[in-house]
Design a protein around this ligand. Structure first.
Ligand SMILES: C[S@@+](CC[C@H](N)C(=O)[O-])C[C@H]1O[C@@H](n2cnc3c(N)ncnc32)[C@H](O)[C@@H]1O
Length: 410
């Protein structure tokens, strides 16, 4: 029977409240030079005097990322049986699925099954696209638990499983990119094309060319909100800035908006967006795609005196780390300024930030600084879909901010 060693580790005398966070930082634990923790870069640890078990990464700023509490009961003489570790993860995934089914997503809709640390699976995101599960590991701790997560996932059902472990965060930890089938589809002719239902849209993406796991499922409730209000506004044209696969434009086209302009620096995504829009459109849609930098294209549109009734600006995270906060705030202001110049009177402007390093108040301030003069009315504040678990914790794990604004002319 394979055993996994669990080492004991002490904190610097942390009070109970610190264990509500999904992790502990390097300065919150006692690093001893003469114990086994020093030999392994990554290991399973139990916090002395508590029932908390986690993955310890010696070289990371986040030293310990917590695992489900039920693991504690499985420790015997400093070891956990590998099978029991997999069982705990299996039960955890089953419970996560039950918990997330309470969000009343339309039946058979894509959703995030695991949102990493906030869902008790350090650095492991799993998106359920119905025909396929797509997982992503974004740190050394994720790499450590990945084989066990895969074994547990395989026991849940027969569906195919794909891994897309890519992106900036892996680079920060010197981890190479990895995309592969973990379990191939039963139908060997099935290529990388995935069709799914998302926010009542019929969406397609390709596993081998995607950003993130395939679609930005975190925008779900914000898309639904737009779908619910769009008919109340007089919208004939829409500018979708940083469109990726065209979810926002598809909502507009599905509500009968006929003139769509999309900007993205990813030409593959723009072509995919056209396909998604046409699959959802109700009306004679015309689509213009502008490939390249959002700021340059927005300036070009202003120069050509273009106006749009609906503008969505959903850029990548401008503040990749805390040192980029100042620069990011300026970029959000500039984005809002250019977008507000392009908006028709009484138009709808939706501005988003997925920078976790930018606070909600900082984002709103940057946007309002940028807005051109006018009577700007705040309509709605959206956030990440609840399947992207947001902990009730002061170090807020809210990252997606989405403001709906209207330049009201009465
Ligand atoms: C957060 S994603 C957009 C998600 C999309 N709106 C959705 O709901 O699916 C950001 C997008 O911005 C694009 N992008 C990044 N930098 C850009 C730039 N400077 N100009 C234009 N597009 C950019 C990326 O290719 C990516 O598709």
């Amino acid at each position: 029977m394979a055993l996994i060693k669990v080492l004991e580790i002490e904190t610097v005398g942390l009070k109970q409240k610190f264990f509500k966070s999904p992790w502990l930082f390097s300065n919150q634990i006692i690093h001893k030079s003469d114990n086994e923790l020093n030999n392994d870069k990554v290991s399973l640890v139990q916090i002395k005097g508590t029932k908390k078990v986690g993955v310890y990464c010696k070289n990371s700023l986040i030293s310990i990322r917590f695992l489900p509490d039920s693991l504690f009961e499985k420790i015997e003489n400093g070891f956990i049986k590998k099978d029991q570790f997999i069982d705990v993860i299996f039960n955890h995934l089953v419970n996560l699925k039950k918990a997330k089914s309470k969000f009343n997503f339309t039946n058979k809709e894509a959703f995030r099954l695991s949102h990493g640390d906030n869902d008790g699976l350090p650095a492991i995101a799993i998106d359920d696209y119905q025909s396929v599960l797509v997982l992503q590991s974004s740190s050394q701790a994720g790499e450590y638990i990945l084989p066990y997560v895969i074994d547990a996932l395989k026991q849940i059902d027969e569906r195919s499983i794909f891994e897309r472990s890519t992106g900036q965060i892996r680079k920060l930890e010197n981890l190479p990119e990895r995309t592969r089938w973990i379990r191939e589809p039963l139908n060997k002719d099935q290529n990388f094309e995935i069709n799914c239902l998302f926010s009542s849209l019929n969406m397609t993406f390709f596993l081998n060319k995607a950003q993130k796991t395939g679609l930005f499922l975190d925008q779900r409730n914000n898309l639904t909100y737009l779908a619910n209000i769009i008919k109340n506004y007089n919208i004939n044209s829409c500018l979708d800035i940083c469109s990726y696969a065209g979810s926002w434009s598809s909502i507009a086209a599905n509500s009968g908006v006929e003139n769509l302009t999309l900007i993205d620096q990813d030409s593959w995504a723009l072509n995919l967006a056209k396909r998604n829009i046409l699959a959802n459109a109700k009306g004679n849609t015309t689509i213009e795609t502008l490939h390249g930098d959002m700021f340059e294209h927005m300036q070009g549109l202003i120069k050509n005196e273009k106006k749009f009734d609906l503008i969505i600006a959903d850029p990548p995270a401008f503040a990749k780390s805390k040192k980029h906060i100042h620069e990011a705030k300026r970029a959000y202001s500039r984005m809002a300024k250019l977008a507000s110049k392009l908006l028709s009177e009484n138009g709808l402007l939706i501005v988003c930030s997925c920078s976790r390093n930018i606070k909600d108040s900082e984002f709103l301030e940057s946007v309002s600084l940028g807005l051109e003069e006018g009577n700007w009315v705040f309509i709605h504040k959206g956030e990440q879909s609840p399947c992207h678990t947001h902990l009730a914790h002061p170090d807020s794990s809210e990252y997606l901010k989405c403001y709906f604004l209207n330049n009201r002319v009465l």
